[in-house]
Design a binder for this molecule. Structure first.
Ligand code: HEC
Ligand code: HEC
Ligand code: HEC
Ligand code: HEC
Length: 189
């Protein structure tokens, strides 16, 4: 009798644990889609919250695709791969997002022309962009938001593109480069 109760309790506990972990924090089966900087910018543009949209727009990252659409880029690309730069996945991999996913994952406001954009770094946002999820860091991460827990992690991430595989590579000085594009939410008091 005792052991039967024990089994029941165990089952109840693990069931509620499962129900809990399955609930809104768990990611969906479908891959998340790209929603575009306009969607992120709706909530991340206020000066008092750090004006992330503006900081990004003024950075070279916003122009990374445009850069491929130039004679200089085509010259490099033709020599290396025999095709125009915007047609070369070998270039797009560091200069754009969304070119390599199913069309069903591309939202109406997404623009490839926006180059290295919010979701290139933070992950496609269709599943985490709602206010209910965004307000909760843990839920956001479970729904695809990429965050960084230390300067080392940030630097490692930057170097996935800022490395000698770039045909125009210039030495990547992390501190200085991060200062140019960082877009923190100011401390509230
Ligand atoms: C409906 C409004 C809304 C939208 C749309 C939205 N966010 Fe957020 N986001 C928030 C709020 C609110 C927070 C929490 C801010 C805080 O903690 O002060 C947040 C936090 C964040 C954080 C910080 C997470 C952390 O804790 O380090 C990142 C990164 C982020 N959002 C990126 C994005 C990206 C990328 C998009 C577009 C795919 C996006 N957000 C769309 C409202 C939004
Ligand atoms: C997905 C690839 C990618 C990632 C990840 C990335 N960058 Fe970049 N970054 C680029 C590309 C491409 C350019 C060049 C854009 C152009 O000029 O058209 C660039 C340009 C820059 C520039 C301007 C450099 C200049 O001389 O004008 C800075 C600063 C910069 N990145 C900082 C960073 C930092 C800091 C990180 C990490 C938080 C980072 N980047 C992550 C691709 C990336
Ligand atoms: C080149 C990569 C890159 C791009 C592009 C980028 N971010 Fe970030 N973002 C980061 C990194 C790295 C951090 C630092 C995370 C940290 O400090 O914990 C960050 C932090 C944030 C934070 C949290 C700041 C804080 O103080 O917690 C928000 C909000 C955010 N980004 C929103 C955006 C939005 C919105 C866009 C597009 C308009 C964007 N980011 C574009 C890499 C990027
Ligand atoms: C491994 C990532 C990566 C790949 C692959 C890549 N780029 Fe870039 N590209 C960057 C980064 C990062 C920058 C900015 C800093 C630098 O030049 O190192 C950049 C900058 C540029 C610039 C501007 C240089 C300047 O001096 O202003 C051009 C043009 C360019 N890339 C063309 C291309 C072409 C064409 C291809 C494909 C043949 C390509 N890139 C592939 C990462 C990459």
């Amino acid at each position: 009798m005792r052991s039967k109760i024990y089994v029941l309790i165990c089952a109840a506990v693990s069931f509620s644990f499962l129900a809990f972990t399955n609930n809104p924090i768990s990611p969906k089966d479908k891959n998340p889609g790209f929603v575009g900087t306009k969607s992120c910018g709706m909530c991340h543009k206020k000066e008092k919250d750090g004006a992330q949209l503006k900081v990004w727009k003024e950075s070279q990252h916003a122009k990374a695709y445009e850069t491929l659409n130039s004679e200089t880029a085509d010259k490099i690309s033709m020599e290396l791969y025999g095709k125009k730069a915007i047609e070369a996945e070998e270039c797009l991999v560091c200069h754009a997002s969304g070119y390599d996913v199913d069309a069903s994952l591309i939202g109406k406001k997404f623009k490839i022309e926006e180059g290295v954009q919010c979701e290139t770094c933070h992950g496609p946002g269709s599943d985490y962009k709602s206010l209910k999820i965004m307000k909760d860091r843990e839920k956001s991460v479970a729904n695809g938001l990429r965050i960084f827990n230390s300067e080392e992690e940030i630097e490692k991430f930057c170097i996935t593109c800022h490395n000698p595989d770039s045909p125009t590579y210039v030495e990547f000085k992390f501190e200085e480069m991060w200062r140019q594009i960082s877009h923190d939410i100011p401390e509230k008091n």
